[in-house]
Design a protein around this ligand. Structure first.
Ligand code: AMP
Length: 545
């Protein structure tokens, strides 16, 4: 027997319809790329998204076409997503911090037909466009007054382009399992892989994560996503904000302590979210300038482990609750949040900080388990760790074009690549990463890539790169070199050699020479052993940070 309820596909553009109907006046405030603070609301964004969809259709966008966005968090970026999805297209966020060759690979692999870009990225696209055969036109997100004189072929002025249509448009009605968005993830090996979100997965993920024990969003909130939309689906805030009717405050490209504080204060932000590096800059600014956080209630910190001292500073000095969060691009991205269940409600002081070092518990829609290498499930005792596996309606089932092959085990669980334990109340804590990616300021540095480049130097016999703790960037790379016999390459030699082979922020912060690098039985570098050997190593950049 079937239920007798309506078939109402879970489509992302229904979120902005709802926001317009129920929360039309709610503000969306952005620091524009041109400079001034821009104010709009969900009703206007809805109207402009319809026009974007209509204009895209005029350009020839068809169902399933990928449309790239390379942009900071602003109202324009948000409405472009809704416009793209509403026309049946697939938004594809591009991380401008990637090495240009990676961007070329990703855009070509996704076969992006059009790109929306901020003014900041005009020179980058001018330089790359000859390598992007699928690209037909580039929409520059500004008005006529600020349109640059550009060598981009077929540049379109966003505001003029929108003004050219009347908005008399109906969203495409498509299957809720259709692709809505894409975001590439880069691991230690192989090429970046495309994670493809569906309309259904985005809607379900935002519903599950907006709830009280998770992000806890409501129409009373004023939410500032500092985490860029191009990071792991922007932690879904471009969906959950309008879905729950919260006001949105967008920082644009200015993410330094002073600029973030200014928006938190003048726009009375109640909830904000970003990686620890951002919050470190803010805390340093607050300290130096003797500022307070008058309005902020809650800061969501994830992407890499939130340091205990950071949680303590926010809570004890500035009276702001910290919610530690964990997730990954493949999980849409939220997998757990460390809000307080009744079992832990009585904790305070150090015991509460201990709990908040954990990445937290899963929302409905995430099943989580920890297994040993033989596939045996580990007990939830808060200490036995193993491979963290997840399953749910907003977790990837494979990558775009089946890159990387099968990614689920026989029970449909996805191996996160993280090592973790779970306690009796469901609180998960990451203890390690099974791969060796270095996390610098919320971005990944592939150790293997840098190693492979470094061994190209004629004086280098073998190279390893590991992450060393850094007060500002969380981790920075240390280059470990076994020199060729009779040679003593200097750090300056290696830096010069690598300068045109890796993106600048991947450049190791220091180098050491060793006689040998430890290996496993199968010849792999033993990163754990290296980390242990250099655990007290002080990076020269750590002092000046
Ligand atoms: P990404 O897909 O780039 O967001 O990276 C996902 C990975 O970041 C996860 O698999 C974890 O290794 C790491 N990660 C995310 N959040 C946290 C956190 N709160 N603590 C520790 N590691 C984290």
């Amino acid at each position: 027997m079937l239920g007798l309820m309506q078939d109402w596909p879970l489509l992302c553009h229904r979120v902005i319809d709802h926001a317009k109907e129920q929360h039309g006046n709610r503000e969306v405030i952005s620091r524009s790329i041109e400079g001034p603070i821009h104010r709009t609301n969900y009703a206007e964004i809805h109207g402009r998204s319809l026009k974007i969809a209509q204009a895209l259709e005029r350009l020839g966008v068809k169902e399933g076409d990928r449309v790239g966005t390379m942009a900071w968090n602003t109202w324009r970026h948000m409405e472009s997503w809704y416009g793209i999805m509403g026309a049946g297209g697939v938004y594809h966020t591009l991380n401008p911090r990637l090495f240009p060759e990676q961007l070329v690979y990703i855009i070509n692999h996704a076969e992006d037909r059009f790109l929306f870009i901020d003014l900041t990225f005009v020179p980058l696209i001018e330089a790359l466009q000859d390598k992007l055969p699928t690209l037909e036109a580039v929409i520059i997100m500004t008005d006529r007054e600020h349109m640059p004189d550009t060598k981009i072929r077929n540049p379109i002025c966003y505001e003029e382009w929108i003004d050219d249509v009347d908005g008399d448009y109906s969203w495409k009605t498509i299957d809720e399992n259709s692709a809505a968005g894409m975001c590439y993830t880069s691991g230690t090996t192989g090429n970046p892989k495309g994670v493809v979100y569906s309309h259904r997965s985005n809607v379900i993920h935002s519903l599950a994560n907006g709830c009280p024990d998770m992000l806890g969003l409501s129409s009373m909130d004023r939410v500032m996503p500092v985490v860029p939309f191009f990071h792991a689906n922007g932690w879904s805030l471009a969906f959950s904000g309008p879905m729950f009717g919260a006001s949105m405050i967008m920082p644009g490209m200015m993410m330094d302590g002073a600029s973030i504080w200014e928006l938190l204060d003048t726009e009375r932000v109640s909830t904000t979210a970003a990686v620890p590096t951002i919050w470190l800059m803010l805390l340093q600014y607050l300290e130096a300038e003797n500022k307070t956080l008058e309005y902020l209630d809650k800061v969501i910190i994830g992407g890499s482990a939130c340091p205990r001292a950071m949680t303590q500073a926010f809570q004890e000095k500035y009276n702001v609750d910290v919610v530690h969060a964990w997730g990954m691009t493949e999980m849409s991205p939220l997998g757990s949040l460390c809000s307080i269940k009744p079992e832990y409600a009585g904790l305070d002081g150090g015991a509460k900080l201990d709990l908040q070092e954990k990445q937290g518990h899963a929302p409905f829609t995430i099943e989580m388990k920890v297994e040993d290498d033989e596939g045996n499930e580990m007990p939830w005792d808060g200490k036995t760790f193993g491979r963290l596996k997840v399953r749910g309606p907003a977790v990837s089932s494979s990558y775009f074009k089946e890159e990387g092959g099968k990614i689920l085990d026989e029970n449909g669980f996805f191996d996160t690549g993280d090592v973790a334990h779970i306690d009796e109340h469901g609180y998960m804590q990451i203890t390690d990463r099974s791969k060796d990616v270095i996390k610098s300021g919320g971005e990944w540095i592939s150790s293997i890539d840098v190693e492979n480049k470094a061994v190209g130097h004629p004086d280098v016999a073998e190279a390893a790169v590991i992450g060393i703790e850094h007060p500002k960037w969380d981790e920075r790379p240390l280059l470990i070199i076994v020199p060729m016999e009779g040679k003593t390459p200097t750090f300056d030699d290696l830096k010069e050699y690598l300068s045109d082979k890796i993106v600048s922020w991947w450049m190791p912060d220091d180098m050491v020479l060793v006689e040998e690098i430890p290996h496993t039985a199968t010849g792999k570098i033993q990163k754990m052993a290296l980390r242990e050997m250099f655990k007290d190593h002080k990076l020269p950049t750590a002092e000046v940070a």
